[in-house]
Design a protein around this ligand. Structure first.
Ligand code: ATP
Length: 273
């Protein structure tokens, strides 16, 4: 059953002239409207993710992945379109500020590409996770502390570092704190934006392994966005390929990797073989 979906999601930057979508895209070879200069980050994106499933979105830099991820995580507005969630009526993009905040606190977690967007570096690592619990209504100090320790253990962050400032954590640990934060209130859906950016290769693998284990244990539906086919191959059951703000191909990840249909996907795969 579909848990979370996007329908006709459109995101334009600039002052659109009304013809931007028809002047851009795969055939035009650009996402920038030649008439008015607006950028079509997402043209009309449809996707769905089922309970426990991992959906990958892959594409080169500028293809619209982060814009889409932020909209799906209810962190940014779309120009048009709908995001739906099986446990909530209507279009989530049309909900009021409070409802959106509640959904972000309880139902939809996000791991941002850049640490500064996902964490308050002036807080301790534990404080960053506790903040998420507090905003979801947790009030008892002992219970919060216990939950933070549990999340640190689950995401393999040394618990003796819980009260250290987040600035003193390694890049891999900071990413783990973001994952712990995103998981804090047992969301149904997590959006991961470029989960390995800025990490050493060996650390990348460890962080992805941790995420994959936790994701499977909890069965949390995940949308993972990356330019890195290795990340997508490791995590995603199904994959969508984006280019110039459009989904140009979609299917089971194994099929996409072994038998890519679209010329662009073929190039993307050949470039890493
Ligand atoms: N705030 C903004 N104002 C104007 N244009 C923007 C803005 N944010 C993104 N864009 C443009 O929208 C397009 C899609 O950007 P987006 O960051 O969503 O792509 P991406 O696939 O995530 O790329 P990357 O991996 O480099 O982050 C790009 O052409 C980008 O320059």
């Amino acid at each position: 059953m579909t848990l979370y979906a996007a329908k006709g999601v459109k995101k334009l930057y600039g002052e659109p002239c009304g013809e931007c979508v028809s002047h851009t895209g795969d055939e035009a070879g650009t996402n920038q409207c030649p008439v008015c200069g607006s950028v079509v980050a997402c043209a009309s994106v449809d996707l769905d993710v089922r309970e426990g499933e991992v959906l990958g979105i892959v594409g080169e830099s500028g293809s619209g992945k982060s814009s889409l991820a932020e909209i799906l995580a209810l962190d940014a507005d779309a120009t048009a379109g709908a995001v739906t969630y099986a446990n909530h009526d209507g279009n989530l993009l049309e909900t009021d500020y409070e409802t959106r905040r509640r959904l972000r606190d309880h139902d939809v977690g996000m791991v941002h590409q850049h640490v500064r967007d996902g964490l308050n570096l002036e807080f301790t690592g534990g404080g960053n996770v506790a903040e998420k619990l507090l905003s979801a209504g947790w009030r008892n100090y002992e219970e919060i502390r216990e939950r933070v320790f549990e999340l640190f253990e689950r995401t393999e962050i040394p618990t003796e570092r819980v009260d250290d400032p987040t600035t003193t954590y390694s890049g891999g640990m900071q990413r783990r704190v973001q994952i712990a934060r995103a998981l804090a209130n047992n969301p149904d859906v997590i959006v991961l934006d470029e989960p390995t950016t800025g990490l050493d290769v060996s650390v990348q693998a460890q962080v992805l392994d941790t995420f994959r284990r936790v994701q499977r244990e909890k069965g949390v539906a995940t949308i993972v966005v990356s330019h890195d086919l290795g990340v997508i191959r490791l995590l995603a059951d199904r994959t969508l390929v984006m280019r110039h703000g459009r989904v140009v191909e979609g299917g089971l990840t194994d099929r996409i990797m072994e038998d890519p249909h679209h010329e662009y996907t073929q190039k993307l795969i050949n470039s890493v073989i």
